[in-house]
Write a protein that binds this ligand. Structure first.
Ligand SMILES: Cc1cc2nc3c(=O)[nH]c(=O)nc-3n(C[C@H](O)[C@H](O)[C@H](O)COP(=O)(O)OP(=O)(O)OC[C@H]3O[C@@H](n4cnc5c(N)ncnc54)[C@H](O)[C@@H]3O)c2cc1C
Length: 390
């Protein structure tokens, strides 16, 4: 077995333990109280999982992107909020790793993630542009002596109060166009978060994502040198869509497993009697298989497109491919959870049975809002008019 394969296996064994021992037992309480999944994130820190994707030469775990995606799936099966926090952090880490310049400030920063297990939150959405990641209103502006500052009105900052650092998108300067953006990393102590709202949502309650005004002052070296348009196409958007869809698949898989357990329990109680819900379970399995196939082919396509110079990731057909993954997975995951509810009936509807799927349904209902599907359709519609091949 190669070193890389055994590294991935060891990492995933650790994640499976955390999913069972820390994420699953606390998932209902995290959801009910809309509280941060502290047990999962503490366990992930202890297992050095926050730096799993940091290259080993920088002190990280050096695991593959496929292993990170598998970890999101595994955590999603136990606790959607834990999986989402993990996925969002890994999106930021992977973005930095993939656009790293040798000997840059960011190289030292990745070493800090490995040694200190720092947790990064994301500030891409903005009041005024919504989930349109490709435009910013707030800008970085010089304040003298090589230092810069910004203030951004953020409608949703997941686990902002629990994060060590923030990755924020901004206009390159006060005179820059909305699409001329950069990515800026600020560490705790360099930024201040002023909470502007509450967080009592329908689902993904443990992500603790209220609005905030983010103010920061930082040295120029903490601006990622690659322009955000490239970062967005080559990394942030496809990686978000892949990791999110893996955790949505995880949640849907657990809902299906609960429905299956319900049908098996019913079959045991009435051996030999026809079970109409067993037919529904079979139909549900087809729905889950569709989701699984789309998610795994999206991952394979991304890994293949990342192998070379990554230029394929900026082609219109590829952008459409990963946008479609997000739309399909975000619609299919709640469909599977609704189907599981149909199989289980009232014991699935109740919040306190082994077959409860209310949390699963509510968590997956956030999927179509995490960058509104209508926005993605609008982008796709424009691309379809000009793309040569799709
Ligand atoms: C659980 C969760 C956690 C999140 N965490 C973060 C985070 O940590 N950091 C972060 O930056 N963001 C985060 N987001 C994303 C962020 O909340 C939203 O993307 C952003 O606030 C946009 O909000 P909005 O729903 O008002 O969408 P908008 O994009 O502003 O859209 C508003 C409405 O207009 C519709 N609409 C928009 N464009 C079109 C169009 N072209 N055609 C038709 N209808 C359209 C949408 O469907 C929607 O109904 C998170 C979202 C969720 C659900």
């Amino acid at each position: 077995m190669s070193v890389a394969v055994s590294r991935d296996q060891e990492f995933l064994q650790g994640i499976a333990r955390i999913a069972v021992d820390a994420a699953a037992p606390n998932a209902d309480e995290v959801d009910r109280e809309a509280r941060f999944p502290v047990e999962s994130i503490t366990a992930l820190r202890e297992a050095q999982a926050l730096s799993a994707f940091v290259p080993s030469e920088l002190g990280g775990g050096g695991v593959s992107f496929e292993a990170i995606a598998a970890a999101c799936f595994e955590l999603g099966r136990s606790c959607g909020a834990s999986a989402m926090v993990f996925a969002m952090h890994q999106i930021q880490v992977a973005t930095i790793v993939r656009h790293l310049e040798p000997d840059s400030w960011f190289e030292h920063y990745l070493r800090d993630i490995a040694s200190e297990q720092r947790l990064i939150a994301s500030v891409t959405s903005e009041v005024g542009t919504g989930g349109d990641m490709s435009r910013s209103i707030a800008a970085v502006e010089p304040v003298g002596e090589g230092r810069w500052q910004f203030e951004k009105q953020a409608p949703t900052v997941s686990y902002g109060a629990h994060a060590d650092d923030l990755l924020t998108t901004l206009r390159r300067s006060p005179k820059a166009e909305p699409g001329d953006q950069v990515c800026v990393l600020t560490k705790r102590g360099q930024h201040e978060l002023q909470q502007t709202g509450t967080w009592d949502p329908l689902g993904m309650r443990g992500t603790c994502s209220p609005g905030n005004v983010v103010r920061a002052e930082l040295p120029l070296e903490q601006v990622l040198s690659t322009g955000f348009a490239t970062v967005m196409n080559e990394s942030m958007v496809p990686i978000s869509h892949i990791l999110w869809s893996h955790l949505w698949l995880g949640i849907a898989t657990d809902a299906f497993d609960r429905a299956r357990a319900f049908v098996r329990a019913a079959a045991k109680r009435k051996p030999g009697e026809p079970l109409p819900m067993a037919i529904r379970l079979s139909q549900l399995m087809s729905e889950l298989s569709l989701l699984r196939a789309e998610v795994s082919s999206g991952l394979a396509a991304f890994v293949a497109a990342s192998a070379g110079d990554r230029s394929e990731l900026s082609q219109m057909s590829t952008i459409l491919r990963f946008n479609n993954l997000k739309i399909a997975a975000s619609e299919q995951a709640p469909r599977v959870c609704t189907g599981a509810l149909g199989v289980c009936g009232i014991v699935g509807f109740k919040n306190d049975t082994p077959f409860s799927v209310g949390r699963h349904l509510r968590d997956t209902m956030s999927a179509c809002l995490m960058v509104a599907n209508e926005r993605i359709h609008e982008t796709n519609a424009s691309l379809l008019l000009i793309a040569k091949e799709v």
